[in-house]
Structure formats: C-alpha cells, structure tokens
Design a protein around this ligand. Structure first.
Ligand code: ZN
Length: 261
C-alpha cells in the first residue's frame, strides 16, 4: 500500500515538473509574436480589423518616412495596445547584395555607424510622439546588422529591449538572442503552412516570430487577406496553448527568465 502511494506521489510530481517545463511561456507552451513591417497602408486596412476583432496583440515596425502619411492611424494603433516598433527613419539597406532597388542616398554602404545610430534614435523620438513610450524593440531593415563591417546595434542596446532579425528559425527561451531574434518571413504562405510553424513552436516550446509585409497587397512579400484572416482565427482557437503577444512583452519576459537561468 505504501509503495503504491509512493509511486502515485512520484507520478504526480513528475507530471507537475513536466507541465512546468512545457509551460515556460507565461504558462503557455510557446510564444507567438506577429510583426508587420514598413508601415504599409494595407496593414491598417486589412490586418488591423482582424487583430482588433480577435483581441490579438502584435508589433508594427514603423519606418518613420513611410508612416508619415497616416500619423493619426498609427497613433490609434498604439492607443489600442499594439507596439510601435522602430524600423528606422528611411529604411536604409545594404545595396551591395544584388539589391538594385536600394537608393544610393539610403544605401548602408554609404552610411556611417553614427548616422545609422542618429537616425534610429530620431525614429524613437518620432515614435514616442505617437505613443508616449520610451521602451520598444527594433527590427533590422532587410535584416542588415552592419554598416560596412561594424555592428551598429551594439551601441544601441540600451535604446531597445530587443532587435528582430529575419532568419527563419525558432528557439527555446534559453536560446533566444534578444538582439538577433529570428523570425519567419511570410511570402504568400497559406494559413495551414503558417500553422505548421505554430505546431513546431508548441512541440519545441519556442518563441515563434512571424513577419508580415503586405496583407492583401502593398508589397511583393504578401499574404492574401483570406489566408491572413484564417491564420489569425486558427491562432485564436489555439490560444490556450499559445502566448500571443507583442515583441516588447515577449522580450521583457525572456530577459527576466534568462537572468534566472
Ligand atoms: Zn522593412
């Protein structure tokens, strides 16, 4: 009888431990962060109403130069609790990678680190004027992390809680590099394909960051309005296992958990 009781206690303890291990993300199995880049108008028209209706939160990475035409809209987005992330002032990229579309004036090959830092800090001032906040995250434009051979995020770490890159990977909480957060780039994916990423994140207790550009147009990297909506509804249906939050909230949480490890 005593042996049976001991076995039962062992079983309960291991269940509790396993459950704790599988629910490291704010008591959920994984974290899902939806990000929308480049202040594209179709995001306001086609993505925002779906997010609103499902009460899901997300991060909009604004390039100030692109956001300037819809200032009041972006102000309203912030007021609803979405994060306005920093995606630079003019969206400079390295034009030396076969990217003929990069304008010479905004080619990182012609930038200095100081210019990049100055412009990015001014973008924080611009964003603060919209949302009144001093804490936010950054997204590397075109995934470029360097001006010539020098990393510019190193000198800006105190300006941001985290920085999002564009490599298609996901990691467990102990393995997330907060200044090089990987994400999955949506390029005409279906809702079913995107849910496969979510399933993998659940199985591996990972942080899944998804990057949208155009939603129903506005960019060559696009998702249809129907598949975007279908995907968000599927996320909502699975919310008991998923912590769907902003990049900022996820990053603050990760930082706290990593200091405990
Ligand atoms: Zn961008």
């Amino acid at each position: 009888m005593q042996l049976k009781l001991l076995l039962l206690i062992c079983f309960i303890v291991s269940c509790v431990l396993l459950n704790a291990q599988n629910n490291v993300w704010n008591n959920k199995q994984c974290a899902v962060v939806l990000t929308y880049d480049d202040a594209i108008e179709q995001q306001l028209i086609n993505a925002l109403p779906v997010l609103d209706s499902l009460h899901l939160k997300a991060t909009f990475y604004l390039t100030a130069y692109f956001a300037k035409n819809n200032l009041n809209d972006w102000k309203n987005v912030a007021a609803k609790g979405y994060e306005l992330g920093n995606h630079t002032l003019f969206h400079p990229c390295n034009g030396g990678k076969g990217r003929e579309w990069v304008k010479a004036d905004y080619d990182l090959l012609h930038y200095s680190v100081q210019r990049m830092v100055d412009e990015t800090r001014m973008t924080n001032v611009f964003l603060e004027s919209l949302d009144g906040k001093k804490e936010r995250t950054f997204a590397f434009t075109c995934g470029d992390m360097k001006v010539n051979d020098t990393s510019f995020i190193d000198v800006m770490k105190k300006d941001f809680v985290a920085a999002r890159a564009i490599r298609n990977e996901m990691h467990s909480i102990d393995k997330v590099d907060l200044y090089n957060v990987d994400c999955y780039v949506v390029n005409n994916h279906t809702a079913a394909q995107m849910m496969e990423w979510v399933e993998k994140a659940k199985q591996t207790n990972s942080l899944l960051v998804i990057l949208f550009h155009g939603v129903g147009g506005g960019n060559s990297l696009n998702v249809s309005v129907a598949e975007h909506s279908k995907f968000l509804h599927s996320l909502k249906q699975n919310e008991k296992d998923l912590w769907i939050t902003t990049m900022l909230n996820a990053a603050v949480y990760i930082k706290k958990q990593q200091t405990k490890l």
